[in-house]
Design a protein. Sequence first.
Length: 253
Amino acid sequence: MMLDLRDITVDNELKELLPPLAADELADLRESILRDGFTSPIIVWLNHGVLVDGHHRLEIWKNDLNGDDDKAPEIREQKFADKQQVIEWMLRNQLARRNLTDAQRVQIALKLKPIIEAKAKQNQIAGGGAVRKKSSEPVRTMKVVAEVARVSEPRARQAEAVLKSGDDATKKAMLSGEKKINLAFKETKQRTSEPAKPIQKVITAPVLVGEFVDAISLGLKRLRDKHHAHGVEFDAKLVRKMAFNYLEGALRE
């Protein structure tokens, strides 16, 4: 039974897996289809009816061509073992097809990390059992990501750091190719680095106590001299007791 375009299911996770076309790219695609028709088939997951490749083309057929059956694109059903394999195929297909910047390729390739790590774990299991075989050369996930994106591993790591921590303007400039990955990384690193904390002079307890005693002694001497000058009896012990009681209360606050 032939699959109808209207019966195709759009999986939002798959639809949002890849970055959308830029406005000018989408306009060019629409113009090309309206002028020349569909030149490549829409890919659908066999026996699942889920759209794998051709989200923009399907929307153009529905919206710009009003779902005209005479102008419909070809449907090609393809077999996949599971959704993980669908995702891997989509990512690798887009990396091979679209004219992408280095940063855009890294952005897409990074979505392969969970798949790469899962395959590495499977390969480390000996004889299908639960005991893992120690690998003499562990899989370096970012190395594989870099190879898929066709950039060096340091560049892939820099792009990943910007995508995680960079501000929107920096990420946009890097992804568009307006700003090189290493420059975007440098700016992001400078922006996110904590400023050096000023070195504060630590005043030790003995110094504080000594300064306090000196201040109290000088204050008491001046107070005693003032009272004696006016013929008033001065009770030094009472004054000291009151002063220390005040200090104890202040320290508790």
